[in-house]
Design a protein around this ligand. Structure first.
Ligand SMILES: [Zn+2]
Length: 145
């Protein structure tokens, strides 16, 4: 019976990044939603017929999609760039899907630096999402008010 149930779930490559994470539970949850494109970014809210502008909460320039918010947005690029520097990673910022792949690969390794990278990735995604939400409230268009 266990083997029958065990094989029911789809294998996902990001399993270790999310389920073995030492990041905060909030960050892990938001990261889990973002990786699956289920995070309530404005592009999704527009599909749900919310009456919003759809612009990025951080820069107000691009459309707020996961790929823009993490890490095509100039603001989030600056933050992620500083975090990469602090982690000793010398490379340019990659598109969202490539950054996810990097974090997934790091989560499969057991070195402390790789663990730190995975935590930093999830905490940064959470922080960028939270910052976009908070700026939206400050600018007077709170979605839940
Ligand atoms: Zn932006």
């Amino acid at each position: 019976m266990y083997k029958h149930l065990y094989n029911c779930g789809e294998q996902v490559e990001w399993k270790r990044l999310i389920f073995n994470s030492k990041a905060s539970p909030k960050s892990t949850f938001i990261g889990w939603l973002a990786i699956q494109n289920k995070l309530a970014t404005k592009d999704i809210l527009l599909k749900w017929n919310f009456s919003i502008d759809g612009k990025c909460g951080l820069c107000q320039l691009g459309d707020e999609t996961p790929s823009h918010l993490f890490f095509s947005c100039q603001f989030s690029q600056e933050v992620w760039s500083l975090i990469l520097q602090n982690l000793g990673v010398g490379r340019s910022i990659l598109p969202w899907n490539d950054e996810v792949q990097r974090a997934v690969k790091k989560s499969r390794r057991s070195k402390n630096a790789d663990c730190s990278y995975s935590i930093a990735f999830l905490e940064t995604v959470y922080s960028m999402y939270l910052a976009a939400e908070e700026l939206q409230v400050v600018q007077g268009s709170c979605l839940s008010c």
